[in-house]
Design a protein around this ligand. Structure first.
Ligand SMILES: NC(=O)c1ccc[n+]([C@@H]2O[C@H](COP(=O)([O-])OP(=O)(O)OC[C@H]3O[C@@H](n4cnc5c(N)ncnc54)[C@H](O)[C@@H]3O)[C@@H](O)[C@H]2O)c1
Length: 261
C-alpha cells in the first residue's frame, strides 16, 4: 500500500518552517487537507496558497505550541474547518543558545523545554482525545539524532529531544489499543534555517564549512533535505505504516547506525 492521504485531514506544527512545510507538501501531494500552525505569521504567508494549488483544502493558524490556550485554539479551528484530525505532525521546535551545561542559562533552558517538550506534550494532550473519539488517527512527533546521543553545548535541546521519544513511546502504549498510532522521526542534520542558526554559533558563521563538517556524521556523507524528512513523516502518518507504533525512526543518512572514524 502506498502512502495515500486521500480524504484525510492533517495538522502540522512548525508548518512555517522548512521540515514542517516540506511535510505539508508531501501530505498534500498524497491528497490530505492540511492546516499549518506556526508562531511566525510571516513564515506562514503564502504557504496556504502553495498548498491549495495542489487541489486540497489548506489553512494556516498562528499559535504558540507552548501555550495550552493556543493549542486548544488550533485544534478547535482544525475541527471547525475539517471536522476531524486524522494526521498530526507535532513538529515545531527551536534550537536555543549554545553553552556548556555547567554554565547554561536557566531561563534559556526553560524556554527550549517549553517549546520542544511541553509543546509536544500539549499537542498530544489536545489532539489525542480527538483521535480517540474518532476511533483512529496517527501522530508523528519530531525528535532528532540528539534524541539518542549527547550533543555538547546543547543540554536543553538534547534533553528536550530525548523527552520527545519518551512522550512518543508512552503515548503510543496508551492509545495503540484504541487504534491511534504515535511515532517519532529523528532527523539527522537537515538543511534548514534551524540548522543554519546552530552552524552560525558553532562555526563562526561559516555555513559551508559547517555543512561539510556535519555532513560527515552521516554514512551517506551529506546533510539531508527537508523533503526527505517530510516523506518519512507522511509514510508514518498514512495507513501504509499501519503496523508501526511507538517507533523512533532515524532519518539521518545513517548517522546513528555507526561510529564514524
Ligand atoms: N534542521 C535540522 O537539522 C534538524 C535536525 C533534527 C531535528 N530537527 C527538528 O525538526 C523540527 C523542525 O525544524 P526545522 O529544521 O524545520 O526548523 P525551522 O526553524 O525551519 O522550523 C521550525 C518552525 O517552528 C516554528 N516555531 C518555533 N517556536 C514555535 C512555537 N512556540 N510555536 C509554534 N511554532 C513555533 C518556527 O517559527 C519555525 O517556522 C524541529 O523540532 C527541530 O528540532 C531539525
Amino acid at each position: 500500500m502506498s502512502a495515500s492521504m486521500q480524504g484525510k485531514a492533517a495538522v502540522v506544527t512548525g508548518g512555517g518552517g522548512a521540515i514542517g512545510h516540506a511535510a505539508a507538501q508531501c501530505l498534500a501531494a498524497a491528497g490530505a487537507d492540511v492546516m499549518l500552525v506556526d508562531i511566525d505569521a510571516a513564515a506562514l504567508a503564502g504557504k496556504r496558497a502553495a498548498l491549495a494549488a495542489r487541489g486540497v483544502r489548506a489553512e494556516t493558524f498562528v499559535a504558540d505550541v507552548s501555550k495550552a490556550g493556543d493549542v486548544a485554539a488550533y485544534v478547535a479551528r482544525a475541527l471547525a474547518v475539517f471536522g476531524r484530525i486524522d494526521a498530526f505532525f507535532n513538529n515545531a521546535g527551536i534550537e536555543g543558545k549554545l553553552g556548556p551545561t555547567y554554565e547554561y542559562d536557566e531561563e534559556e533552558f526553560d524556554r527550549i523545554i517549553a517549546v520542544n517538550l511541553k509543546g509536544v506534550f500539549l499537542g498530544l494532550r489536545h489532539v489525542l482525545p480527538v483521535m480517540l473519539r474518532q476511533g483512529g488517527g496517527a501522530v508523528v512527533n519530531t525528535g532528532s539524532i540528539a534524541s539518542e546521543r549527547g550533543l555538547a553545548g546543547a543540554c536543553a535541546y538534547n534533553a528536550s529531544k530525548h523527552g520527545v521519544i519518551g512522550l512518543t513511546r508512552t503515548a503510543a502504549s496508551e492509545v495503540g489499543p484504541q487504534g491511534v498510532r504515535v511515532n517519532a522521526v529523528m532527523p539527522g542534520v537537515v538543511d534548514t534555517p534551524l540548522l543554519e542558526a546552530m552552524l552560525r554559533m558553532m562555526f563562526n558563521g561559516d555555513l559551508d564549512a559547517g555543512k561539510r563538517a556535519l555532513g560527515r556524521v552521516a554514512t551517506l556523507e551529506r546533510i539531508g533535505a527537508p523533503a526527505e524528512i517530510g516523506e518519512v513523516a507522511t509514510f508514518l502518518l498514512s495507513d501504509a505504516s499501519s503496523f508501526v507504533n511507538g517507533a523512533a525512526w532515524a532519518v539521518d543518512g545513517g548517522a546513528l547506525s555507526t561510529i564514524r572514524h
